[in-house]
Design a protein around this ligand. Sequence first.
Ligand code: SF4
Ligand code: SF4
Length: 428
Amino acid sequence: MTTPISEKEHAVLVDKLASQCVKCALCLPHCPTYELTQDENESPRGRIALFQALAQEKLPLTEKAKSHLDQCLGCRACERVCPAHVEYGQLLTLGRALIPELPAKAPLKKLSLSTRFLSWVLTQNTMNRALQWVLWVLQKTGLRNVAHLIKLPSLLGIGTLESILPKVPPPLKLLPFYEALGPKQGSVSLFTGCLSSLCDQETTLASIWVLRHLGMDVTIPTNQTCCGAIATHAGDIQEAHRLAKQNCQVFLDQNIDYVVTTATGCSAVLQEYASHFSFSSDLKVNAFPAFSNKVTDIITFIQNHWPATLTLSPVKGLAILHTPCTRRNVLKSPRDPEQLLTKIPQLTYKTFTSPHCCGAAGTYMLEHPLIAEELAQNLLKDLANLEVNFIATTNIGCALHLNKEVKKRYPQVKVVHPIILLAKALGF
Ligand code: SF4
Ligand code: SF4
């Protein structure tokens, strides 16, 4: 496999990125792990100092230091508020790749079995589809319940993963092309996302439904792959780079103006290919920026292409809108879902009062389930004394995590992508 960057280059880049920090501490109140612990080592400033000391080889890599760096959610709330514009996301990815025993040097060795299994399955389309069939057959025959009762997933070391997977629908083969309904306004390619393909086909089908009603032809390239979020979170730059190259080639071959994504987590990663792989010489110089510039999140795309003529039917209920960190801190379009929901007659909505991460954070919910649970339950306090029908979130990872936590106390609440509510208003 091509090595996209040498270890020495890593260290120099990490040192350079860390030196942007002026240690003002303005980010500390925005950091969820600092709020939970009040420990400087669990703050952005503390982690930046740790990364810099490691890059300069001034600090031995103790288990404690590793744990502080590992417990960062990667939510990037610190980056959003930093007056010195420290590129914390980039620092985190490159900094984690410096750590011995973490992925860059021994792929996925130290990650939990749940994460390793998930990343192995999700990055291979055939395995992803096979897992859908297995889960569906286990559900249909009642064997999934039996396995759950005898704690088989926990015995196999994948109990945390099994606990976040919802009931999967019967596997569905998407067509490569869906024609616009009514006069054609344009063409888009849909990035379906590996986790959504596994367990949230409703969002994919609702997205196709809405896009066609907007007059868009929709193509779905079959050779697209995982955006690389899991590998990026784990600091496995080689694997992230391999997946990025595949997606660039597949989507640029389509020669279409927009690559529309349904999950903001994928959107954020795809839009940052250009900056994350600026060192790459494997593709034509402009391939990563050319691809990243086409990527747009579906909610923002709809906002920008909303036809004045479209009539929506009522959808009754109260939705609480959750804003994923990737939407707030990376895509920087936190208000777009609200503007979309206001279009739907008879739907009322509120937003969560806490701006903090829900704890999903890529594979964080699998690696640090207790912290992830505490963060989600802090958010869900807002549901007390309200007749909530939906929690609406634009990221599949957040949806799975919130769904698992909300079912413990509010089983009547459905966690959905806002596009499903819009599609319902269009007769889906
Ligand atoms: S706000 Fe920015 S400059 Fe200030 S401590 Fe945090 S990361 Fe450093
Ligand atoms: S990314 Fe989130 S958890 Fe990590 S240091 Fe920044 S604010 Fe804290």
